[in-house]
Write a protein that binds this ligand. Structure first.
Ligand code: NDP
Length: 313
């Protein structure tokens, strides 16, 4: 295939990992080109307050933080572009990445920082009513259900955080938890449990989301008592975790059985020389903005060392 340009360092993705890699790679003189992907700024652009990123003693809004990341990367000289990586060819030695199913770019090093996306339950009704009351982002869509009764499924920190967010906007929040306990951190659990307008349905699975043209209710199945109950809700939020955005690398990059990219421990190196991975696409354990940023820094340093060894720059 014909490539339109050759770059030293191509960064795919624009969350904390991608932008941090861009900051470091720019400062190292690698003239990185960064493609932002479908959701410029990544998952933090659909969150509210970030309280645990060091350096912000009063917290910061996620979208605002990502604007800061982008500005810093641009100020250091990164070439930040709209566009989605749609295919790769890592036959080497120079790597090729297709953008927007159209043009191909050649790169001596590639940093994969494509992050992760929300998981869905897999129900037919969930798919059918997506956008009509079914959503995987309470912060984006909660406002449309101001004063209404809504449901949220999940029991991790995301579900807890989103349930609390919804409780401030909506009349009542039904939280659907499939086990008899939550996975969320103790502090988040305590906040959820002590919020009067959040009702937790323990040991409950979502059997069906009810409604023809829009969400009108949900049918739950209690896996302890086998009892089925229907509750009326106007919206159904899904907050059951994420899966890595790694599909386009399947044929080239070694991954675990859930699609997370495997890196050599203590580095960002993948099985392909010159291809590095950073952030949530390779981290199923920590998944924090600060760990993603740290691994983006590692990837840029690894890319710089790789190029120095090749004497490309
Ligand atoms: P998690 O993987 O931590 O939790 C997913 C939750 O969804 C679990 O409770 C799981 O249940 C439940 N679940 C999964 N599949 C289904 C299903 N089919 N039906 C019903 N429930 C299901 O994901 P999160 O997105 O919550 O968090 C990801 C990471 O990000 C974590 O490390 C978390 O700590 C972190 N995080 C931190 C925040 C903070 O510090 N402020 C905020 C948000 C996230 P089960 O428990 O039964 O497996």
């Amino acid at each position: 295939m014909e490539t339109i340009e050759t770059v030293q360092c191509l960064i795919i993705g624009s969350g904390p990992a991608g932008y941090t890699a861009a900051i470091y790679a720019s400062r190292a003189g690698l003239k990185p080109v960064l493609y932002q992907g479908l959701q410029p700024g990544g998952q933090l652009t659909i969150t509210t307050e970030v309280e645990n990123y060091p350096g912000y003693p009063d917290g910061i809004q996620g979208p605002e933080m990502m604007v800061g990341f982008e500005k810093q990367a641009a100020r250091m000289g990164a070439d930040i572009r709209y566009g989605l990586a749609t295919k790769v060819d890592f036959t080497g030695p120079i790597h090729k990445v297709q953008i927007d199913e159209d043009k191909w770019i050649a790169a001596h090093t590639v940093i994969i920082s494509t992050g992760a996306s929300a998981k869905w339950l897999g129900l037919e009704s969930e798919q059918r009513l997506n956008g009509f009351g079914v959503s995987a982002c309470a912060v984006c869509d909660g406002f449309f259900f101001k004063g209404k009764v809504v449901a949220i499924v999940g029991a991790g920190d995301t579900a807890a955080e989103e349930a609390l967010y919804l409780s401030k906007i909506c009349a009542q929040v039904h939280m659907i938890v499939r086990r008899g306990e939550m996975r969320a951190s103790k502090v988040m659990q305590a906040r959820v449990i002590s919020t009067p307008n959040i009702t937790i349905h323990w040991n409950s699975e979502t059997e069906e989301i009810l409604g023809d043209a829009k969400v009108e209710g949900v049918r739950l199945f209690n896996n302890k008592t086998s009892e089925k109950t229907e509750i009326s809700v106007s919206a159904f939020f899904v907050a059951i975790g994420h899966s890595p955005n790694s599909a386009i690398f399947n044929d080239w990059i070694t991954m675990d059985n859930t699609g997370y990219i495997l890196t050599t421990p203590g580095t960002s190196r993948t099985n392909i020389p010159g291809v590095f991975a950073a952030g949530d696409v390779q981290d199923k354990t920590y998944r924090q903005a600060v760990t993603a940023a740290g691994s983006g820094c590692m990837a840029a340093l690894d890319a710089e060392r790789y190029l120095s060894a090749l004497a490309v720059h």
